[in-house]
Design a protein around this ligand. Structure first.
Ligand code: FE2
Length: 150
């Protein structure tokens, strides 16, 4: 297997990815990310968020100072951007397939964004762009589809 730099392909857990994604969003929206906002955003207790934030600091993803808040390091930013990019693309993918319920899209994307290999992601990305420029393909495929099981 080709050598890939440890910063770009360091294994990250779903929780680490969700936190970094949320921290990046908060900083982009408000200019800062506080424990209380992360706790609200992820529906997790402040005590758990504090423990995780300390772990993210120890692992080099963020710099955290109790009374001054946190910033993402370059490796934290890289993970956050990768997940944000996946989130956007997978959202486009489900939309182009004709999924219109925003909650279904969001919940599915939140799961998928963590569990897709770079290879599969690339294929979905190419397919999404192709379908976006050829909407007739989806219409034809979906006209033959059975309704979803509920
Ligand atoms: Fe996400």
């Amino acid at each position: 297997m080709a050598a890939i730099s440890s910063s770009t392909r360091r294994r990250t857990t779903v929780a680490v990815e969700d936190y970094l994604e949320k921290i990046e969003q908060l900083i982009a929206q408000k200019g800062y990310a506080r424990v209380v906002d992360i706790a609200d955003g992820l529906k997790i207790s402040q005590a758990s968020v504090t423990a995780m934030v300390q772990r993210l600091d120890a692992e080099g993803f963020i710099k955290y100072e109790k009374y001054r808040g946190m910033v993402l390091t370059s490796s934290g930013l890289e993970v956050a951007r990768r997940i944000a990019h996946r989130h956007e693309l997978l959202t486009d993918f489900l939309r182009v397939l004709g999924i219109s319920d925003e909650k279904i899209i969001y919940d599915d994307v939140e799961g998928m964004e963590h569990h897709i290999s770079p290879e599969t992601f690339r294929a979905i990305e190419a397919l999404t762009r192709h379908l976006e420029s050829n909407p007739g393909i989806v219409a034809k495929a979906m006209s033959a589809a059975k309704p979803a099981d509920r």
